[in-house]
Design a protein around this ligand. Sequence first.
Ligand code: ADP
Ligand code: MG
Length: 233
Amino acid sequence: MAEVAPILAARDVHRTYRFGQVEVPVLRGASISIAPGEWVAILGQSGSGKSTLMHLLGGLDRPDPGRGTIDFDGRAVNLGAGRSLDRYRNRDVGFVFQFYHLLPELSVLENACLPGLVGGWFGGARANAARRRAAELLDQAGLSHRLRHRPAELSGGERQRVAIARALVNGPRVLLADEPTGNLDATTGASILDLIAAQHAQGLTVAMVTHDTSVAARAQRVVRLRDGQVVED
Ligand SMILES: Nc1ncnc2c1ncn2[C@@H]1O[C@H](COP(=O)(O)OP(=O)(O)O)[C@@H](O)[C@H]1O
Ligand SMILES: [Mg+2]
């Protein structure tokens, strides 16, 4: 099969954490290529560097200086600073975390709209479009009766559905999910994976990290993070 140009790739990335004189190399030449429309799972034990890799892929953190690149749609994202990196994080990729990270003071609808308001202005045409798109995504997630509720009034699974709607509100091409079911029971977790699968079926590219082989089995391709490198399963 001809090689498809990846939508997102990490190329030989290194990431070392420093504690004073002590250096902890977490990623040691990790590479992964994710094709457009693919759903890939990255399996690894706790502490293997899964979240570190996701943060690099999402532009939330950078590789060690000069030691690897993150490429989105053929262009390095980790070298750009300021506006272009903000834009990448806000528009090109969506992030879902294990612990939802919703804002407790905001309603479900407001939480889901939030990335659509960044760089715009409240009440403007862009905000209205974000509100419509958020309401549509929340409806697809089965939450149309919860729009005015606060996160504290929702179950864990419902909160993660809101987080997925928020991640998708700006129409990113790639969803990055860091243990999206890690805080949920198996049945609720499966329904979250069903929601991700439905978005994937509509063309969304998904990169998901997990320590759970049964969760990873929902993806089309499974790779492992081991000794700071990505190896094919
Ligand atoms: N911000 C940080 N500062 C220092 N050490 C960190 C930081 N983030 C992660 N680590 C360390 O890096 C290793 C990998 O962490 P992480 O990427 O969170 O692994 P995983 O998500 O696979 O559990 C762990 O040993 C962790 O303690
Ligand atoms: Mg983690």
